[in-house]
Design a protein around this ligand. Structure first.
Ligand code: F6P
Length: 324
């Protein structure tokens, strides 16, 4: 391996820049070349590359987003698109890739490897934490801290006005953010895709909480929850069935993906970047770097994208006890 290409793909997450920095500097340390690939697979197809040395990643460890930009590429889903990407990489002398992204990005990487036998190592970067083979994905910890900080603020106004707030957080298919930030922020109820507690239970719980003397409540809802109602419909439902509450809705949205990465994410990104480059130099491919029991591990990408949920439902019980 003489020249590694690094790129970010799919939804951005805090810590991606720290991971780019780590990959670039590890290459410099190992005395091999490194190329930044802009806009994910889209830029790969267009040959949008830039040589990167240790100094080109100065002052980015603390920055949210990704300096290499990110995109979701439709063209890369076609055989012609992937052929074009391969041609551009070969032209530029890039002979291995580090992909920083989520399951969509990893799926693309696997197909590319099968077609062209191109060495690839993945680094899991997504706030959703929905990748198997790692306890934490890059950006998840930062997103949790962001969400908890915002819910604390919502709690201030909720309690001043004796209101009930539905707070929608990200998590299309998984409830990691909702569950953990919900417990961390002391939510009354937490609605996640992995467990549908039903609307009846929600009403019961809200009734109980009012009866126990609580004046305000926060319900954290993952965007992919399984009640069949979005936060605005939930508001209506509660207003109709439980008119004792003055209800408001807050959809946190993409602010959860921004901001300076937490120390945890910066350290994790630094460790993962080093391992990713080392693995390529050891001749490994189709593996994803992860962290399990605070050890850096390698998992086949095929397993990482197909793994079962790793959500800790014990936290639901903890949450229930905490809302007594
Ligand atoms: O980063 C993952 C995620 O945050 C999902 O939870 C969410 O549904 C999605 O991204 C939205 O991303 P976009 O607006 O970029 O399509």
């Amino acid at each position: 391996i003489k020249k590694i290409g690094v790129f970010t793909s799919g939804g951005d997450s805090p810590g991606m820049n720290a991971a780019i920095r780590s990959v670039v500097r590890t290459c410099a340390y190992m005395k091999i070349e490194c190329m930044g690939i802009y806009r994910g697979y889209e830029g790969m197809i267009e040959g949008d590359f830039k040589a990167m040395d240790a100094r080109s990643v100065n002052n980015i460890i603390n920055k949210g987003g990704t300096i290499l930009k990110s995109a979701r590429s439709l063209a890369f889903r076609t055989k012609e698109g992937r052929q074009q990407a391969y041609d551009k990489l070969t032209e530029a002398g890039i002979d291995a890739l580090v992909v920083i992204g989520g399951d969509g990005s990893f799926t693309g990487a696997l197909i590319f490897n099968q077609e062209f036998n191109f060495p690839i190592i993945g680094i899991p970067g997504t706030i959703d934490n929905d990748i198997f083979g790692t306890t934490y994905t890059l950006g998840y910890d930062t997103a949790l801290n962001t969400v908890v900080e915002v819910i604390d603020k919502i709690r201030d106004t909720a309690s001043s006005h004796n209101r009930l707030f539905f707070v929608e957080v990200m998590g299309r298919d998984v409830g990691h953010i909702a569950l953990n930030a919900g417990v961390g922020a002391g939510a009354e109820e937490i609605l996640i895709p992995e467990e549908n507690l039903g609307l009846e239970r929600l009403l019961e719980s809200l009734k109980r909480s009012k009866a126990s003397g609580k004046s305000s409540s926060i319900v954290v809802v993952a965007e992919g929850d399984k009640t069949g109602k979005n936060v605005f419909e939930l508001k209506e439902y509660v207003e109709t069935h439980l008119p004792i509450y003055d209800v408001r809705v807050s959809v946190l949205g993409h602010m959860q993906r921004g901001g300076s990465p937490s120390c945890f994410d910066r350290v994790l990104a630094s460790r993962m970047g080093v391992r990713a480059v080392e693995a390529l130099l050891e001749g490994k491919t189709n593996l994803m770097v992860g962290i399990q029991d605070n050890k850096i591990t390698m998992t086949p990408i095929s397993k990482a994208i197909k793994g079962h949920t790793k959500i800790d439902l014990e936290l639901m019980r903890v949450s229930e006890i905490m809302t007594t």
